[in-house]
Write a protein that binds this ligand. Structure first.
Ligand SMILES: C[S@@+](CC[C@H](N)C(=O)[O-])C[C@H]1O[C@@H](n2cnc3c(N)ncnc32)[C@H](O)[C@@H]1O
Ligand SMILES: [Zn+2]
Length: 209
């Protein structure tokens, strides 16, 4: 569910609609959180879909760290990508926070590079740091910088009004830990799908066998 001070508006005919702040939203505010009305569509169900449902699902959902597709029931599904996003989530915790103050009238954006894209997207975000093409391979490269931005904003979570607070209660312990020690927040890399196998540590050679 999107923060209540965010609404749908047309960006332009190329990008289509996007979501915009209707009042100032301070850094640390929970912008979006998974809620019980959102659909979680597993891979076997997704494989059964035919057009037009298949195309709609691919456009309006993203793939989480378990390979499931998340389809928001509200305007959350219209959040556009920006190569300098103002909303980013920690890994695994199924919510996003404002990583800087967002002014009334500004578009609220996220980074699709960590959404396990199946198709590349040509980006028109207009940022001076625009990557041009957003591809699945961005994930490993961009996640550390996005993690840093979430961690830098995370302590503010306790200092700002949080209308979506009831939706993140299942993550209360992780949030408390993250406030005390932001470096302990799970990395976005935990959302990567398919999972990259962790290399087994090289066998230690015995000295003087
Ligand atoms: C989840 S939808 C977002 C809502 C979409 N703008 C609409 O009105 O349907 C994702 C689609 O929006 C467009 N989009 C989102 N961010 C974009 C960007 N930075 N540059 C170009 N197109 C973008 C792409 O067509 C993408 O496949
Ligand atoms: Zn861009």
């Amino acid at each position: 569910m999107l923060h209540p001070a965010i609404d749908l508006k047309l960006v332009n005919p190329d990008i289509g609609y996007g979501v915009f702040a209707t009042q100032d939203i301070p850094k640390g505010t929970i912008i979006w959180a998974l809620d019980p009305l959102d659909q979680i569509i597993d891979q076997s169900k997704a494989r059964t879909l035919r057009d037009p449902a298949d195309t709609q699902l691919r456009r309006y959902s993203w793939v989480n760290g378990s390979g499931d597709r998340i389809l928001c029931w509200d305007f959350g599904r219209f959040m556009n990508h920006c190569c300098e996003p103002n909303s980013i989530g920690p890994g695994k915790l199924e919510f996003e926070i404002a990583v800087r103050d967002i002014a009334a009238g500004e578009e609220v954006t996220c980074d699709y590079g960590t959404f396990n894209l199946e198709e590349p997207m040509t980006c028109a975000c207009g940022s001076p740091h625009c990557r041009g093409r957003i591809v699945a391979e961005d994930f490993d490269r961009i996640a550390p910088a996005l993690d840093q931005r979430v961690r830098a904003a995370f302590r503010d979570i306790q200092n700002v009004h949080q209308p979506l607070w009831p939706l993140v209660q299942k993550w209360r312990l992780q949030i408390e830990r993250g406030i005390a020690q932001p470096s302990h927040l799970p990395s976005l890399l935990e959302n990567r799908w398919p999972r990259v196998p962790v290399a087994a540590p090289a066998r230690q050679r015995r000295a003087n066998p």
